[in-house]
Design a binder for this molecule. Structure first.
Ligand code: PEP
Ligand code: MG
Length: 906
């Protein structure tokens, strides 16, 4: 741990800089950097993330003692830079400060903030007198007590009751018939302050602290505490942010956007975070505080004229009304707009990325409060990378590494079907807060969203506005609809981060805790609605969706990935249609064709059942003869769709009981169809029963006990390939033996396959190149991979089974305890989704190394679910695999992840 705990900034100087995010958090590092490049930033200091780690270990008293001198000295520096004094100090203007969290990566709304700190009965008077804005002073004071009382002293609404502070405000307003807080007079605000203090005393059991230093330490510790709230922990789990990182604390001089008509506050982006368009945009409000813009309580106005005109058009607002009531900052404060525009350009050029900025104008002076690389939709991410590369703002490597592979998924997300949408009834139009299409049943609470989705229902979460408490529900919902809130509201920001469709501020909408009304029409829980987060439209009922096609910038990104990759990507596909889709997405062959998936279609299942029922070899062969032409046709379709590319076809893998029915009616049907007594069927089903089917008679154990099955499958594959070759195609079959534990199991299967192939070549007078290889999915196979590679021409790591058997977690039963293990921190991730690199990954590494030791040119790949998960793909690159294989829709993600892995590891 470094011994410097506190880093100051202000007046064009800073002790930190942009590349110190790990220590200063994203916000702290950027505040320092903005100072260094001449952007106006209120002075302050950052307490490091390491102090948070110590706080979690040693507790409050030890940490306060550790940083006390540094904090006090830093307050003095801030006082000097801002020409103000902390606390009441003679004639000096009181310094008020904000205390905010700031982790390495942004965790929007998840942790605590305290504003206006330093207010007390004395400082409020001095501020009122010196600023001449008495109402502003008392309003800031009451806001401070309310915020500090809630965040630091824990005064909040108890279950089912109203917030006690809000009750005080409501009473003052109703006694005086005020419609809003803004109508309160100075006298009212003084009453509110006195009442708020009573509320604190009653609810927290102690007086509101009047000493600014007590206030400061309370706030600093509250921010550290907020690292460990339930919602922050949940967010970290979802975003895979390590608990050890901790948050920094930023203490900074307050500046005010609510000091009258020459003050304003806003949020802006150097490019469009939803579409990627290179257009400065954002929202602001005159005479307002930052939360007023993001909370959705007041409708914010657009910063640029062009943005304002587009807003009016979307909203159906006339140009006259727009210009008069909702002017852009560009029109309302042209000089300050120009200054802000220059700053945003400077920041984007400096950081070489789209910036998400917060600013305040205090009495005609612009201050930047924050800048960070902006969150963006998948589509915007792709467009910005392509545009910035073309502009020369970034190089190819940066363009590839900056992309988040999983976000490409959003581009593959459904949109509404054209014919369905043409006849769908538009109920309302709101802000296109987060793109994509969603359809589902209305629910009104986050808890219901979770509950309904757990039982398999697709839901739309409908709320007046959302708050961080709604996170889980938003995650569970297909889409989110809110009555209030702009493009920077909590719902919009969080939904975009999750890649969830969201529409906010829809016209004519009103939401209560149990009802939704849209332009007078009432909707209840369970009714279907549909949302288009790209246009902001809200539709009645269920609207069918389809998946979009990919071209343009997406294609350019895929080309970039292609030019920078070492590994290639295959797909797991069992049908010619899937193979074709995957090929369009750039798959270079099939890494896993699970033959058994073909057995359930049409008449196939009856032939398989007949084989299972057969009493002897002859009976089995007769049934297999029926299967042969069907399988040949299946393989022919797939080999043709992947003409010229390798196709790994796996021999039969699951235990046979998976093909027989369990219920009496289906057993009777089977008996009739196959012309046997129902008792025969029952007896067979019983005989196939196993205590641990996943560890039972499956995989190559089937082929080694019933060699005729392997023979039939090998024949079907080789015949299909020969026929295609005769037609002038270039089939490349790779026959894969599943569930090998010892080399002898493979050797026996290989013998059957090669013998069969030789026979077919002779019969047909045609030869094709083919390979024989195996899956490495049993730990013993990984450990003895050197022996196995003497027979296998390729390995495909079956990390689903390898995880199952390596961990000893049943794939079918782990759902009962894995979520608890993850919640309790025993496991970081679900190991069936994210490869456990420390354990299972070591088996994979050993398998690769040992395989290469006896067959240096052995082809290595992965076909477990992990083949489409970016961190696992990176691992596969590091152990020298040739390819990864994943489901068709993950192919683009894996391609990008493979390129990133290559760039990172070189
Ligand atoms: C595996 O085990 O990783 C695999 C791909 O095979 P399956 O999922 O079919 O068992
Ligand atoms: Mg398997």
């Amino acid at each position: 741990m470094s011994t410097k705990y506190v880093y100051t900034f202000g007046d064009g100087k800073a002790e930190g800089k942009a590349d110190m995010k790990n220590l200063l958090g994203g916000k702290g590092a950027n505040l320092a950097e903005m100072n260094l490049i001449g952007v106006p930033v209120p002075a302050g200091f950052t307490i490091t993330t390491e102090v948070c780690t110590e706080y979690n270990k040693q507790g409050r008293d030890a940490v306060v003692a550790m940083i006390k001198d540094n904090v006090e000295a830093s307050i003095v520096k801030t006082e000097e830079a801002m020409n103000a004094k902390f606390g009441a100090n003679g004639d000096a203007f009181p310094l008020l400060i904000s205390v905010r969290s700031g982790a390495r990566v942004s965790m929007p709304g998840m942790m605590d903030t305290v504003l206006n700190l330093g207010m007390n009965d004395e400082t409020v008077k001095i501020i009122a007198e010196k600023s001449g804005a008495e109402k502003f002073a008392y309003d800031s004071y009451r806001r401070f007590i309310q915020m500090y009382g809630g965040v630091v002293m824990g005064v909040e609404a108890e279950n089912g009751k109203h917030d006690p502070f809000e009750l005080v405000l409501d009473k003052v307003k109703s006694d005086n018939n005020y419609a809003s807080d803004a109508e309160m007079t100075v006298a009212d605000l003084k009453t509110v302050v006195a009442e708020f203090k009573k509320v604190v005393k009653e609810n927290a059991g102690q007086d509101f602290p009047t000493n600014p230093w007590d206030q400061l330490w309370g706030a600093i510790c509250a921010v550290f505490d907020s690292w460990n709230t339930e919602r922050a922990i949940l967010y970290r789990r979802m975003e895979q942010i390590p608990d050890e990182w901790g948050t920094a604390v930023n203490v900074q001089a307050m500046v005010y956007g609510n000091m009258g008509e020459t003050s304003a506050t806003g949020v802006c982006f150097s490019r469009d975070a939803a579409t990627g368009e290179d257009l400065f945009n954002g929202e602001y409000l005159i005479n307002a505080q930052g939360e007023d813009v993001v909370s959705g309580v007041r409708t914010p106005q657009e910063i640029t004229l062009i943005g304002s005109k587009r807003w009016a058009e979307r909203n159906g607002t006339s140009e006259e009304v727009r210009a008069k009531d909702f002017p852009s900052l560009e029109e309302a404060m042209p000089e300050l707009y120009n200054e802000l525009n220059a700053v945003q350009e400077k920041l984007e050029n400096h950081y070489h990325d789209m910036q998400d900025m917060e600013f305040t104008i205090q009495d005609g002076k612009l201050w930047m409060l924050q800048t960070r690389n902006g969150k963006r939709t998948g589509a915007a991410m792709v467009k910005m990378a392509v545009d910035m590369l073309a502009e020369g703002l970034i190089d190819e490597k940066t363009a590839v590494l900056r992309l988040e592979p999983n976000k490409l998924d959003e581009l593959l997300h459904p949109v509404f079907e054209k014919s369905a949408i043409a006849s769908a009834k538009v109920l309302s139009k709101g802000l296109p807060a987060s793109p994509g299409a969603a359809t589902g049943k209305i629910v009104f609470s986050a808890e219901d969203a979770e509950e309904w989705s757990d039982r398999g229902e697709k839901v739309i979460l409908v709320r007046r506005e959302t708050s961080p408490e709604d996170l889980k529900g938003m995650y569970a919902a297909e889409g989110i609809l809110t009555e209030r809130g702009g493009m920077t509201s909590h719902a919009a920001v969080v939904a975009r981060g999750m890649g969830k469709c969201c529409v906010s501020s829809a016209a004519g909408i009103s939401v209560t805790p149990s009802a939704l009304k849209i332009n007078g029409v009432a909707f209840k829980e369970g009714d279907f609605i549909s949302l288009n987060g790209t246009t902001g439209e809200v539709y009645e009922g269920k609207v069918a969706t389809i998946t979009p096609t990919l071209d343009g910038d997406f294609g350019k990104i895929m080309d970039l990935a292609e030019n920078n990759t070492r590994m290639y990507v295959r797909t797991n596909a069992d049908t010619p249609a899937d193979a074709k889709t995957a090929r369009e997405f750039g798959a270079k062959g099939i890494g896993l064709c699970r033959t058994e998936h073909m057995f359930f279609e049409g008449e196939r299942i009856w032939a398989i059942r007949e084989m299972i029922l057969a009493e002897d070899l002859e009976g089995r062969k007769a049934a297999l003869d029926k299967l042969l032409p069907i399988q040949r046709q299946d393989f022919s379709g797939i080999l043709e769709a992947m003409d010229g590319l390798g196709v790994t076809i796996r021999l039969l893998d699951p235990p046979l009981h998976e093909f027989t029915p369990n219920d009496a009616a289906s057993q009777a049907e089977m008996a009739e169809k196959l012309g046997v007594d129902v008792e025969v069927v029952k007896a067979k089903v019983e005989s196939l029963h196993e205590f641990n089917p996943m560890l039972g008679h499956r995989g190559c154990r089937l082929g080694n006990t019933y060699p005729e099955i392997t023979e039939m499958q090998a024949r079907a594959i080789i015949e299909a390939a020969c026929d295609l070759k005769a037609k002038g195609l270039d089939p490349k079959p790779e026959i894969m033996v599943p569930l090998i534990g010892t080399v002898k199991e493979l050797k026996m299967q290989e013998g059957i396959i090669r013998e069969t192939a030789a026979k077919v070549f002779e019969e047909k007078g045609v030869k094709v190149d083919y390979m024989v290889g195996t899956m490495i999915e049993i730990p013993r196979a990984a450990v003895t991979a050197d022996e196995i590679a003497e027979v296998a021409e390729f390995f495909s790591f079956g990390t689903n089974d390898l995880t199952q058997m390596g961990f000893g977690y049943s794939r079918d039963d782990a759902g009962k305890f894995l979520p608890i293990y993850i919640r309790k921190g025993i496991l970081k991730n679900d190991p069936f989704q994210v490869l456990d690199q420390d354990g299972i990954g070591q088996l994979v590494r050993m398998g690769c190394e040992k395989g290469k030791s006896t067959r240096p040119n052995i082809k290595l790949g992965i076909c477990g679910e992990h083949g489409g998960e970016p961190s696992s793909v990176e691992f596969c690159n590091s152990v020298g695999m040739d390819y990864v294989s994943c489901s068709p829709f993950r192919v683009p993600i894996a391609r990008l992840a493979a390129a990133q892995a290559n760039l990172k590891q070189n």
